[in-house]
Design a protein around this ligand. Structure first.
Ligand code: SF4
Ligand code: SF4
Length: 281
């Protein structure tokens, strides 16, 4: 069994308690129009090219045997003198990845940290992450999820983690479908499971100008969280104008469909109304 990941970030301090290693799983079922990790959307390896410093030497294309359609073979990566090309998407077995992550076990233990599985969407590779989480038992394990997966998968993941960071984008189903490509029914169903699980959790809301930063969406979100004793706090993450920077690097266009220059409404009164602790990052 293998999983595919697109990055591993050590010494992460914003992905759960303490100092952590965050694993970014490749592939996501949603297509949020503001996604700032487009290399995490597809489940297959991709060529990623930075043109910052390209000498136009042509060595990459001289080497390429698939000029009509890139097959992510990586041949051009090896010849670029400026190291501007890389293949994103590396396969690991659960054993290989666990062995790599456990090398920093002492650091996690000293700082109350652990491992966070993020993405992309980690629950989209369920067999792999369950096998991995089992191998990491004894280490603090967190998952950062959009919550879009079958309820039985979500329940099994909850059984194998100590901490959850769950994104909530829009409570209105039609709006959710418009901006992310999928209904939020499964997500809201899984939120109810999370609330009942007793696992400590954080809700993260990417605040997108004119999309979900309205008082109405915030108050609807807060209303769903009033009965959650295990909710630690809500984090609001205001949209950043650099979000589209990586699309060109994987040969995609960034077409967010909202006014990226508009100021984000970071008003937190909707959460205060229900005494829900909230942080604006
Ligand atoms: S990875 Fe590079 S060499 Fe391979 S097909 Fe794509 S552009 Fe060509
Ligand atoms: S090999 Fe590297 S530096 Fe040369 S043209 Fe290709 S990307 Fe640019």
């Amino acid at each position: 069994m293998k999983g595919i990941i697109f990055d591993i970030k050590q010494m992460a301090v914003f992905d759960g308690p303490g100092i952590r290693t965050t694993v970014f799983m490749k592939g996501c079922p949603l297509r949020c129009r503001w996604c700032h990790n487009p290399e995490g959307l597809s489940f297959t390896p991709q060529l990623m090219v930075s043109d910052n410093g390209c000498q136009k030497c042509g060595k990459c294309m001289d080497k390429c045997e698939h000029k009509d359609k890139c097959i992510s073979c990586g041949e051009c990566v090896r010849v670029c003198p400026m190291h501007l090309r890389r293949i994103v998407g590396t396969e690991y077995t659960p054993e290989e990845l666990a062995a790599r992550l456990l090398k920093d076990k002492v650091i996690y233990e000293m700082n109350g940290g652990g491992i966070t599985l993020s993405g992309g969407e980690p629950t989209a590779q369920p067999e792999f992450i369950i096998a991995l989480l089992k191998k990491l038992e004894g280490i603090h394990r967190a998952v950062e999820t959009c919550g879009y997966c079958a309820p039985d998968i979500f329940r099994t993941v909850l059984d194998h983690v100590d901490y959850v960071m769950m994104d909530l984008k829009l409570i209105d189903e039609k709006q959710h479908e418009y901006w992310t490509g999928k209904s939020n029914r499964l997500i809201l169903q899984n939120l109810e499971q999370l609330k009942k699980s007793g696992k400590p959790f954080v809700i993260r809301i990417p605040l997108i100008p004119g999309v979900n930063d309205t008082y109405e969406n915030k108050v609807q979100t807060a209303g769903l969280l009033t009965d959650a004793d295990n909710l630690q706090f809500v984090e609001l993450l205001p949209y950043h104008t650099t979000a589209g920077a990586k699309y060109g690097m994987i040969d995609r266009c960034y077409e967010p469909g909202f006014d990226t220059d508009r100021a984000v409404d970071t008003d937190i009164s909707a959460f205060k109304k229900y005494d829900i602790p909230v942080k604006v990052l």
